[in-house]
Write a protein that binds this ligand. Structure first.
Ligand code: HEC
Length: 195
């Protein structure tokens, strides 16, 4: 006759232990999967966002190699093209501002209140993640004016550039910015999953 404690240890508790162990393993596996799904999702959106910023930057510097006046036309043609090319696979990206140059860049409805919040509290420059209708996610981050941008968005603009801008954008409101000012936001909306 084996002692009770030995029976209990080898018998039901042992089984219980292994069941608990299995449960723990399954749980941590599930948690690990959720984690990596979220990471993947973030990285997919982040990738598009990064690409968008890089493409805009290289379009601008390519244009500027030709001269500022040419760069204005490059921005006009390339910027919307870049946004529409990257707006695929359920992801949409764009730039907007409280002082627009191109009215076509008007903020989507869900971006408008966030843009307003950034303007009302100019010290807040954290990116924003929000849940959108139809199981979509939204991301918004501020665009801060750099010294290089003042050539076309600054307080003093060379005549040739100013004329070009006025011809292409008669309703331009995107001048008079100083380096460090909030120029607008980059936004992205995308579906969760489907990676
Ligand atoms: C060579 C002139 C030029 C320079 C330099 C320039 N931009 Fe622009 N920017 C433009 C033009 C032209 C548009 C309108 C593009 C379009 O039609 O979508 C524009 C549009 C924008 C928009 C979209 C919102 C709107 O008002 O239509 C943002 C945001 C913006 N520029 C930010 C910047 C920032 C930040 C920099 C510096 C890194 C910069 N720009 C440098 C010419 C310029």
């Amino acid at each position: 006759m084996i002692p009770f404690w030995l029976w209990a240890f080898n018998g039901p508790f042992n089984i219980m232990n292994s069941t608990i162990l299995k449960l723990l393993l399954v749980c941590s596996f599930l948690i690990a999967c959720t984690d990596s799904a979220e990471l993947q999702e973030n990285s997919r959106a982040q990738k598009v966002l990064l690409q968008y910023k890089q493409d805009l930057k290289s379009a601008l510097s390519l244009g500027m190699n030709e001269g500022f006046v040419e760069a204005v036309s490059v921005c006009r043609v390339k910027a919307p093209k870049i946004a529409s090319e990257l707006s695929q696979g359920g992801i949409r990206v764009g730039r907007t501002s409280h002082r627009l140059r191109n009215p076509d860049n008007a903020a989507p409805d869900w971006v408008e209140p966030i843009l307003r919040e950034y303007i009302e509290d100019l010290t807040t420059r954290e990116p924003r993640h929000i849940q959108l209708k139809g199981n979509r996610l939204g991301y918004v981050e501020p665009i801060i004016l750099q010294p290089i941008c003042t050539a076309c968005h600054g307080e003093v603009i060379a005549d040739a550039i100013a004329d070009q801008i006025k011809t292409l954008y008669p309703d331009d409101r995107a001048v008079g910015f100083k380096p460090g000012d909030l120029r607008g936001v980059i936004w992205m909306d995308y579906p969760p999953g489907d990676l």
